[in-house]
Design a protein. Structure first.
Lengths: 294, 685
């Protein structure tokens, strides 16, 4: 009995975080996607990356795929809960226009990760995605594998408050979750990142320290001020057609808001106001993009 | 070959809740099409799964039935002279493209006219489908629709294939960039490739490919599988309302798995464990002797295996771990100590925090508690004080699927700390009724706190400028007020709303804000009116009653009921209403002073005055006892005296003194009517 489980273990050792990431890059590159890069400021989701935010606007076809380190300060658990982290990796694919067989392509990408879909319960469960700060929303699903959500699959209808034409499909893979499932470990901490390192080796200390910062140490006063500065700077820069730096400040404002929120510094009402302000900025940026480039 | 039609719209996964209404709307679209085009058929059956909406129409006619349209022409008298067609008749016939001798004469509305009978072009059923199917599919109703391709077709989710067949023949249609064919797809996980079907083998072929297209069959089969699985562990599955229907619409073919979780999680409150299973995962919990077992059953879309079970167990365990983490961390702070933490949570713009809100709830609860019977004031006060403390717990603030358990969580923490059962019940129940279907609080004290909670929400929201407008009611104020009314009526509570409102405004230090007071009053009356109308009270009676009785909801309800009862005898009712209307009309809204008895000169005015004085004590006695039918019947007794006065005395006498005194008399009489309602509002049909 022990021997058998050892063999299974051995077989699965080949699957780790980086093989999954590399295989997805390979798969989507072969499908004709341009492989992009993660953004340089802190983002809450791959959608913030200009590749997606601006890419989804306008008429030109776009097929792009990239990994994105997503930071959601509020979701941290001091590296104690193996399912909740303040930082995680998303694999983001944007397909515009949407190919006829987009769902099949997605399922094939899972098979490409050596997942036998005929042996799993994979389902597309209604989940209409919305990013209130980005003024973006779409209809689609969360994709479940054996009860676990592994991907968000969305047909964007609006970004930055602007109706899209043509529509883009956004696939967002939760890389840690998929890797945990495929490698058979029980916790993100034990997840092999490479044959030599685990997730914990690379991330655990950092995860813990950021949680302490997010929840306990972040300076509320200076963050509140910084939010205002980002807001003004975003408006100013966008106004003088420095769209990309301006949009970068929209992203910074959004992350600053997330920190204040995690820190418990905002009432429900304030929270709504912050969201509204960021959405306004996102809308200004999207409009400017259209004015300048389409 | 049978003449059956098969239409299948193959889609990407449509949300479970959309399916049944969409299938009905599709069916209706087709039925309307067949009836307006005169195409007979024997039966329509609808099928749906997450990936398809389908219909089979049995024994459909090959083509439309003969339709003759009749077109009215000129009057017969002008169309024929001496039995011969005139120019006019000839012109009419030729304009309709028919021979002159096929015109007929018919009587229409008593006059004879020339009529042309024109046979409509008969189209084949296939043609009718070709022309109309796209627009019928387009008008299938969904709560939300999306665009996905370049023709901008709108549908719940992308359409990926269409089957349209009459017998073995494909009906060619094209929509959303998809052309019809005779091939469908099976279960996406188990079956590969396209499957050729026709109307006769559709169901069977799909079943072979692990799609059970008949929803009822799928649901019942799923249910029996779940019961069987629970039986294996000698348990009984718990079917929350709607869950089995939802799950059966998340899958194309039912398979089930039985999974387990660590017993240690059963120390958590039942509803927490059940929420972890149901809210997101849509699992069925299992009970034995009404106690939860450490098992769950899930309906899945693929053949079960160990890996699927293990995967699901992991997910549930993570959710339960979360709950356990919250439960343990939360319990480190006793709920009484949480009261002060409420001050850290803002409630509303400019309206302070939840601690301040709680202070108001305590005062309002006490105020109401002192005005109704059988209230244990210490339970009431303690319950009000602790009603919101669970909003400071992680379970509620952070727990996503557990946030809907507010109230319940507070009471469970209270129970775990040994708080009195009644106080816990107040905490748990003060949110009830959450909606129209929800039950009422089980304790009178909980009902009182619920009232306080609701009125404070309403007053606070109005002060913050958040009033419901049109379909917008972000704070659920209408629902809150509807629940308020329900509680008052069910518990027979009566107290002055006017005073409660003033008390609440005072607690917000806004007692001088009479404008807001009037706005809230209008809002409340509007809800009361809706509630009365829902109970079958005519709108005019509701209006009439509320204009006098809005202040005490129980009274408004009872008077309205009495008025509806009295209204059943129309003749009597009319007498009652008209008598008072005569009085009101002459008063024209004037409010004269008191009656001076010595100025009552005529017999008729003396009689009316004496009679009114005579019935006044009885009126007030019945009102005191809330016997409104008897009370109103007293009014009928003065009706003849009113008529007598009007018939024999000139109210508007030249003598200013006499005139004013008569008006004062009538005003006094009117005031007796108004003890019940404003009769002027009542409309006599």
């Amino acid at each position: 009995m022990r021997k058998i489980s050892y063999i299974i273990q051995m077989k699965k050792v080949n699957i780790n975080f980086q093989t999954i990431y590399l295989k997805l890059q390979e798969f989507w590159a072969k499908k004709g996607c341009t492989v992009g890069l993660p953004y340089t400021s802190e983002v809450g989701a791959g959608t913030f990356n200009p590749l997606t935010f601006f890419g989804a606007l306008g008429k030109e076809p776009l097929n792009v795929a990239y990994i994105e380190t997503s930071k959601r300060p509020k979701d941290g658990r001091y590296a104690e809960n193996p399912n909740r982290m303040q930082q995680f990796q998303q694999y983001q694919v944007i397909l515009k226009p949407v190919p006829y067989d987009v769902q099949d392509q997605y399922l094939k990408s899972l098979e490409y990760l050596s997942l036998d879909i005929s042996k799993h319960d994979i389902r597309f469960v209604e989940d209409d995605w919305e990013s209130p700060t980005l003024g973006a929303w779409g209809l689609g699903w969360e994709v479940w594998m054996d009860g676990q959500e592994i991907t968000q699959f969305t047909y964007f209808q609006q970004v930055g408050g602007i109706n899209l034409d043509p529509i883009s499909a956004e696939l967002t893979y939760g890389l840690e979750r998929i890797a945990i499932l495929l490698s058979g470990v029980n916790s993100v901490f034990d997840l092999p990142w490479s044959p030599k390192k685990t997730w914990a080796d690379l991330n655990k200390e950092q995860e813990y320290q950021f949680c302490v910062y997010n929840f306990d140490e972040a300076n509320i006063n200076s963050l509140s001020k910084y939010f205002e500065e980002c807001k003004e700077e975003a408006k100013r820069l966008i106004n003088i057609n420095l769209l990309y730096p301006g949009y970068d400040f929209v992203i910074k404002a959004s992350h600053t808001f997330n920190l204040l929120d995690a820190r418990g510094a905002l009432s429900v009402e304030q929270r709504n106001n912050y969201i509204l302000e960021i959405r306004k900025l996102a809308n200004i940026a999207a409009k400017k993009w259209i004015e300048m480039y389409s | 070959m049978d003449r059956n039609v098969l239409i299948e719209i193959g889609t990407e996964e449509i949300p479970a809740g959309y399916l049944e209404p969409a299938a009905r709307s599709f069916e209706k679209g087709l039925r309307d099409l067949f009836s307006s085009n005169k195409i007979p058929y024997s039966k329509i059956s609808i099928f749906y799964t997450p990936r398809r909406l389908a219909v089979i129409v049995e024994n459909i006619a090959e083509k439309q039935e003969r339709v003759v349209n009749k077109i009215k022409g000129p009057p017969a008298a002008l169309a024929y002279k001496d039995g011969k067609p005139t120019k006019m008749a000839k012109g009419f016939a030729s304009s309709k493209g028919i021979a002159i001798d096929s015109l007929i004469i018919e009587k229409i509305d008593g006059n004879e006219y020339v009529v042309a009978e024109i046979e409509q072009e008969i189209k084949s059923t296939t043609e009718i489908f070709k022309e109309n199917l796209p627009s019928i599919i387009k008008s299938i109703e969904f709560p939300k629709k999306m665009r996905w391709e370049k023709t901008d077709f709108l549908f719940a989710r992308p359409i990926r294939w269409i089957i349209a067949m009459l017998g073995n023949k494909v009906i060619p249609v094209c929509l959303a960039g998809v052309e019809s064919s005779n091939t469908t797809r099976g279960n996406r996980l188990i079956s590969k490739g396209k499957i050729k079907v026709n109307p006769s083998n559709y169901k069977k072929k799909l079943k072979d490919s692990f799609v059970m297209a008949d929803q009822k069959e799928r649901r019942n089969f799923l249910k029996s599988l779940i019961e069987k699985e629970a039986g294996k562990i000698k348990g009984v599955p718990y079917f929350s309302p709607g869950l089995i229907d939802e799950v059966s619409n998340l899958i194309e073919y039912p398979f089930v798995i039985l999974g387990s979780f660590d017993k240690k999680f059963l120390t958590l409150p039942d509803k927490v464990v059940i929420s972890a299973m149901e809210t997101h995962q849509r699992y069925f919990s299992v009970k034995k002797n009404s106690k939860l077992m450490p098992y769950f059953i899930s309906g899945i879309n693929n053949k079960p295996n160990k890996e699927i079970i293990k995967g699901n167990e992991k997910v549930l365990t993570a959710r339960l771990e979360d709950a356990k983490f919250y439960w343990e961390v939360d319990r480190k702070v006793p709920i009484k100590e949480r009261l002060s933490k409420l001050s850290g949570i803002k409630w509303h713009k400019n309206l302070g925090n939840l601690f301040e809100r709680t202070q108001r709830l305590i005062e309002l609860s006490e105020w109401i508690g002192e005005r109704v019977d059988n209230i244990n004031l210490s339970v009431l006060k303690e319950g009000a004080k602790l009603s919101k403390v669970d909003l400071t717990t992680l379970m509620i603030r952070d727990g996503k699927e557990f946030t809907s358990l507010e109230g319940y969580i507070g009471s469970e923490y209270g129970r775990a700390e040994g708080l009195s059962g009644d106080v816990c019940k107040v905490i748990e129940d003060h949110y009830k009724p959450r909606n129209v279907e929800d039950e009422l609080p089980s304790l009178r004290e909980a009902a009182v706190v619920s009232l306080a909670d609701r009125i404070d929400l309403i007053v606070g929201s109005f002060l913050a400028g958040e009033k419901p407008t049109g379909s917008r009611d972000p704070f659920g104020l209408r629902q809150a007020m509807n629940g308020f009314i329900r509680i008052l009526l069910e518990f027979n509570f009566s107290f002055s709303l006017d005073e409660l409102l003033k008390k609440n405004l005072q607690l917000f230090s806004s007692i001088k804000n009479t404008e807001i007071f009037e706005e809230i009053k209008r809002f409340i009356i509007e809800r009361e009116e809706a509630s009365l109308q829902n109970k079958g009270v005519r709108y005019d009676i509701a209006k009439a009653v509320l204009s006098e009785k809005w202040n005490v909801i129980l009274d408004s309800y009872l008077v309205a009921k009495a008025m509806m009862k009295i209204r059943e005898d129309e003749v009597e009712f009319e007498k009652l209403v008209i008598g008072q209307k005569r009085v009101s009309n002459i008063l024209e809204g004037k409010t004269p002073g008191k009656v001076n008895k010595s100025l009552l000169k005529e017999k008729e005015e003396k009689d009316l005055f004496n009679k009114a004085k005579d019935i006044e004590p009885a009126l007030k006695k019945f009102i005191g006892k809330r016997e409104y039918i008897k009370g109103i019947n007293q009014l009928k007794r003065i009706r003849p005296y009113i008529d007598n006065l009007f018939d024999n005395v000139l109210v508007m006498d030249k003598d200013e003194k006499l005139k004013n005194n008569r008006l004062a008399l009538l005003y006094y009489v009117r005031s007796l009517f108004h003890l019940f309602c404003d009769f002027e509002e009542i409309i006599i049909d």
